[in-house]
Design a protein. Structure first.
Length: 721
């Protein structure tokens, strides 16, 4: 029986004889009754023995004895120990089990994926150190009138803001590369699932699933390795980019750094290289080509296979229409006519100028760390004219004269380069034959020999002998194999007599010739040997042309220059050219004498085919051994220009400095002098008028003139006789 005492619950236990230890329980037949025996109240002071009910004992029997809780019966307990009956299998139970297992497997998969992500993520540097690396600086090179010549630097083009582009340019990339770009968090989960299902059906990986943000992460921070670790890190970094930058900023990073083939990184570099214009002016058709090329930049760029490029472009336009960026009519109109080829920019000779300018940047600024604009002295119209005349000459005469290359340098008389062509076709060969190449100048070097002679005291009228000579075992011959006997130095230079030049160099001393040449602007190393008189030591066309400038400007030395100003994109001036140079290098009277002789060279000498519409001019032809090099350098009081023709492999030609090079020079200089008032050469007014008859070539010495050799005259000039 149960009774309350002081608010506590107590239990009375009654032990029957059958419950005693060792007692034999009574056998009952039939169903066991659950009736409880009557309880007896123990006598006062008697020991209360614990008693057990006829139910089974449980560990927490103290709780099971709470009021109101029924004690389980033996029959029910025994039944619960038997096998449980299976519930009938229904569709609902099947679905439930599948869902349950799918959830469990998904949970384990998520845990495994999380572990993989953590494993590869911890291999990245600390997130505090993550920073978008600076873009390689761009060098924008422009002509004197602001016309873009080229972009240089590792990027090949300047960075461009998203708002500067037509709306359809970024839209094209989003439509074909990442149509959910505006919505995902850096990783396109739906895209991943779609690609996975598509790949399972196809039995192979059909396409990538990287978002634009993932591509930015890969390009900025990771290697291109196709590994699980790299892919996981790419996703982690993509999420970080999305948390750190806006969608527009990410898209701008993407467009300014992605590779478009031919080592052109960024939309501006690609646009300038392929289409010859800024990305700001791209058409819808061109934008679609660029967006489509990213699948395989080396094959699908605008210079790739036209059929593949067109097919890919059509896919981009269709995607843009599907996403609502353009209408179907606009997509159709932008598609290229299959019968037409894709027009791309032909890289011209201005790229030789750009290469030269880029090579000078370290000297001007050191390491270029920011985008800069370089203003040059180049006249765009003259640059294209120089390119045209060189190409035309090679096309017209190259086959029959045996030459394949040409170069031209033109500069104002102060050394400012106005045009420079380093070869016939920059796309085929980037070797700069105007700046980098060193070739034998031949007789175009002789003016420096005669300059040394004039400075020693000789004059254009000094008489010399054109006869066979021997100088320490060296016996130079004339190009025509003939000897004309007695003649003035004026005639000897005009007719390019090798023997007279050799005698003069030997007389003044080869070291004096070297000194005169270097003072005039020749920077290549020269050896003071007798053969220097015939131009056997190699120089560049650029320095050779600059070496004639003091003759044209009255005796002031120049340094060939092409850069006038360098500034940042914001307009901050980093370098501003100031007039500089060696100053006077020739005395005015010597300038007059040199112009006298070099004018004769184009009037009655080897350069007589030069024509310049009434402009007073002067110059000298040159042909190296076996006609491997043919040159002409000529000038007016306005401009100096040098022309070289030949072959890169030094194979001989059928050229001479007086034929094709002179023709090229005349055509170019006529263009350069259009609309400019005619002006005399320096020193012309102090010189007596030329007696044209006296300048005619002498087949034999005049009988009435005394025979005086160059050596005989030394005593007269310096001995007072």
């Amino acid at each position: 029986m149960r009774k309350k005492n002081a608010g506590a619950l107590f239990m009375d236990f009654q032990i029957s004889p059958d419950d005693r230890v060792g007692a034999t329980p009574k056998k009952t037949r039939g169903r066991q009754t659950s009736a409880k025996p009557a309880s007896r109240k123990p006598a006062r002071g008697a020991r209360i023995e614990p008693g057990f009910a006829d139910t089974e004992i449980h560990v927490d029997d103290e709780h099971q004895s709470r009021p109101g809780r029924k004690t389980p019966q033996r029959g029910r307990t025994k039944k619960s120990r038997g096998r449980r009956q299976r519930e009938p299998l229904t569709l609902g139970r099947v679905v439930w089990k599948l869902v349950s297992w799918a959830f469990i497997l998904g949970l384990w998969g998520a845990l495994a994926a999380g572990a993989v992500i953590v494993y590869f993520a911890v291999q990245l540097p600390s997130a505090d150190s993550w920073k978008v690396p600076d873009r390689a600086a761009n060098i924008r090179i422009v002509a004197a009138d602001g016309q873009l010549i080229s972009n240089r630097g590792k990027s090949g083009g300047e960075a461009i803001s998203l708002h500067e582009l037509p709306y359809y340019v970024p839209a094209a990339f989003i439509a074909i590369e990442d149509r959910r770009f505006k919505d995902h968090f850096g990783v396109d989960v739906l895209g991943l699932v779609s690609v996975a299902l598509e790949s399972v059906r196809a039995g192979e990986v059909t396409r990538g699933a990287s978002t634009i943000t993932q591509q930015v992460a890969k390009n900025l921070f990771l290697t291109p390795d196709q590994t699980l670790g790299r892919k996981v890190q790419e996703m982690v970094l993509a999420v970080w980019l999305e948390q750190t930058y806006s969608k527009d900023e990410i898209l701008e990073l993407y467009l300014n750094r992605v590779n478009f083939g031919h080592e052109k990184y960024g939309i501006e570099a690609a646009s300038q290289f392929y289409f010859g214009k800024s990305a700001r002016n791209l058409s819808l058709s061109e934008a679609a080509i660029f967006a489509g090329s990213l699948q395989a930049p080396s094959r699908l760029n605008p210079k790739g296979d036209p059929a593949r490029v067109k097919a890919r472009q059509s896919l981009v336009l269709a995607a843009m229409a599907k996403e609502g960026y353009i209408s179907a009519a606009e997509a159709k109109a932008a598609a290229i006519d299959p019968s037409q080829t894709i027009r791309t920019k032909v890289v011209g000779s201005e790229s030789y100028v750009a290469d030269w300018v880029e090579s000078l940047m370290t000297a001007y600024l050191g390491e270029v760390k920011q985008d800069v604009v370089v203003h040059t002295t180049i006249n765009w119209d003259l640059q294209k004219e120089a390119e045209f005349v060189i190409k035309e000459a090679v096309a017209a005469h190259g086959a029959d004269k045996g030459f394949s290359q040409g170069a031209l340098v033109a500069m104002d008389v102060d050394g400012s380069v106005r045009a420079l062509v380093g070869g016939v076709d920059y796309q085929q060969s980037q070797y700069n034959r105007a700046v980098t190449a060193r070739r034998q100048p031949g007789s175009t070097f002789k003016p420096f020999v005669y300059l040394a002679g004039m400075e020693k005291g000789y004059t254009p009228d000094t008489v010399a002998e054109d006869n066979p000579i021997d100088i320490g075992g060296w016996s130079p011959e004339n190009a025509d194999g003939k000897y004309l006997g007695q003649m003035t130095l004026r005639q000897a230079l005009a007719l390019s007599r090798n023997t007279v030049a050799a005698l003069l160099a030997n007389d003044v001393g080869p070291s004096k010739v070297v000194e005169a040449a270097m003072r005039m602007g020749i920077s290549s190393p020269l050896m003071a040997v007798p053969s220097i008189a015939l131009g056997t030591q190699e120089v560049s066309l650029l320095e050779l042309t600059a070496g004639y400038a003091p003759f044209a400007n009255g005796g002031i030395g120049v340094i060939a220059s092409v850069i006038t100003r360098i500034e940042t994109r914001e307009g901050k001036v980093l370098y501003d050219a100031v007039p500089a140079g060696p100053g006077r290098v020739i005395e005015p009277d010597v300038v007059a004498e040199m112009n006298d002789m070099l004018h004769a060279a184009v009037e009655i000498g080897t350069g007589k085919r030069a024509q310049l519409n009434g402009w007073p001019m002067a110059g000298k032809t040159g042909t190296s051994q076996k006609a491997r090099d043919a040159l002409f350098v000529g000038y007016t009081s306005r401009m100096v220009a040098g022309v070289w023709l030949g072959n890169d492999d030094d194979v001989g030609t059928k050229l001479s400095g007086g034929n094709v090079p002179v023709e090229i020079w005349s055509q170019f200089m006529a263009k350069a002098h259009q609309g400019i008032p005619v002006a005399d050469l320096p020193g012309a007014s102090s010189q007596p008028g030329f007696d044209q008859n006296a300048l005619q070539p002498m087949e034999q010495p005049a009988v009435e003139r005394p025979k005086r050799t160059l050596v005989d005259l030394l005593g007269e000039i310096f001995g007072g006789g």
